[in-house]
Structures are given as C-alpha cells and as structure tokens.
Design a protein around this ligand. Structure first.
Ligand code: ZN
Length: 134
C-alpha cells in the first residue's frame, strides 16, 4: 500500500471514532504528505535531468576549436555547448588549403579553422635615424 492510501485509510479510521480535533490533524498530515510526494517527484525529475547533463559533460572533450565525444569524429559547436550546454554537431562546409569551414545549424556561428596558426605581427618601418644602433 502506498503512503497516500495508507494516510487516507488512517483519516477514515479517525473519522469513524468521531474525534474532530484528531481528524483535522490527520487531514492536515494527509495534505502535507501529498505535498511531499509531489516535491519528491519533481526533485527526482530534476535530478534525472542533472545526471543526464553531468554524463554528457563528462563525455565532451575540448580540442581547439571544437568539442568532441569519444567515437564521434564530427565536432560539436563550442558556442552552443559553453553557453547553453547543448551538444550540437557543426556541419562541414569546405576544406581549403588555408582553412576548414564548419557552420552551426543552431546558433548559426561560422567557424573558419585556419591551418596556419603562426602569429603574424604587423610590419613596422623604423627609420634608420631613430635606431639606437648606428
Ligand atoms: Zn552553435
């Protein structure tokens, strides 16, 4: 017998002995139990969702510029994952000599993954007269 059926049966038994004060207290107890059962159900559902997110978080590994899951070669959108914890595959667009392009179908971000990662500093022309080496 469930806790709610049990509480209802007790309320019925108390009603039969015609103790009004005791009956009112048992009814209050019954409604408190209903509230606890509802809270418990909601918390179980929330806990289930959080566990799912946690399992997904463990699977996602960052390998710049994307996130990956073991056994899945298609990258995930870092913007969707880092801002909303949504695991969204990016879509391959092209692979050129200088860069590979991927697009996110959800947030519409375009990723140009450049193959040459060297830092290119702007070239400055220093006049010879200001140089300390003469
Ligand atoms: Zn995205």
């Amino acid at each position: 017998m469930g806790i709610l059926d049990n509480a209802k049966e007790i309320a019925n038994s108390v009603h039969e002995i015609k103790n009004l004060e005791l009956y009112a207290r048992v009814l209050n107890l019954h409604s408190d139990i209903i509230q606890l059962v509802e809270d418990n159900s909601r918390l179980r559902a929330e806990n289930g969702e959080l566990n799912k997110k946690l399992q997904l978080r463990k699977k996602m590994a960052f390998k710049e510029p994307f996130y990956f899951q073991d056994g899945d070669e298609t990258p995930y959108c870092p913007s969707c994952w880092e801002t909303q914890s949504f695991a969204i595959h990016v879509v391959f667009v092209f692979n050129r000599e200088d860069a590979t392009r991927w697009d996110c179908p959800s947030c519409k971000t375009t990723y140009m993954d450049k193959k040459d990662r060297r830092v290119i500093r702007p070239h400055k022309n220093v006049p010879p007269s200001t140089s300390w080496m003469r």
